[in-house]
Design a protein around this ligand. Sequence first.
Ligand code: ZN
Length: 321
Amino acid sequence: MNTAFFHSPRFLEHENGPNHPERPQRLEAIVKAVKEVGLWDALDHPEFEAAADIDLWTCHTQAHIERVKQLAQDGGGYLDGDTHVSPVSFEVATLGVGAAIAAVGAVMKGEAKNAFVAARPPGHHAESGREPNSPWGFCLFNTVAIAARVAQRDFGAQRVAILDFDVHHGNGTQEIFYSDPSVLFVSLHQSPLFPHTGTVGQRGAGEGIDKTINFPLPPGSSGAVYHRVWGQVGARVRDFKPDLILLSAGYDAHEADPLGGMKLTADDYGALIYDAKLWAEENCGGKLVAILEGGYNLDALASSVVMTLGVMNGQFLDELH
Ligand SMILES: [Zn+2]
């Protein structure tokens, strides 16, 4: 079995307008690099379809779903100053969510070794919609959260761990699972930085207490810092004993990223993925799905995703040629 790579040219059609960092070229750069190193043919490329409203309802209010749908139908508009809905965005975003659902299905059913979802727009800032003025941060629907819910609803996962290493805090994922003991949400993120949530004191509520774990890190944090914190994450994952591990895989903590101020390299991402893969093997038969979030320097993003895929598929990249 191979790593399954979920991608569609349709993911390029969502548009944020000129000079926006979250642009179609991000995925073009990833696909080009994956092909150039010879990884493309080593991966599986399953087909998938768009998520249905019933899937979106697992995490979002009907009012939020209708708002995105209506903005798209009306020819486009903004959820907030940074977050654009273009005419095709509802279709494209639900196709991305569908890719994540298919990825989770393939991994849970043992049809893929693990999976990577290269979709856009990203998702981890998208909250349920109960608070419509929350920060959307380029996100329309919370892909990783819906994937977790559908893994529980359709594929027999009881406990799902979501590990978020995007440089920004995953406020949407945190909000959706804040009181839920069946989903462990761990975030490593730069602080201070948008969306200015994710303090250590935000650790869940009710039955979900201590199932939200935040590691705010100062600007300039290096791979060594991440490595040390990641070790603590591993201990929490082992305690939790997940049936599936999802990664909110944002690459904007890379040293070249224009939005983040961290110092990670592609090799550092490889080390994070190596550990996550190990934890999945130890706890849940290797069931690991990475879902693309941020990452805005095209070369850094492409090389980091290539590193991720090489580690996930168990290939040393210098052996590929
Ligand atoms: Zn980000």
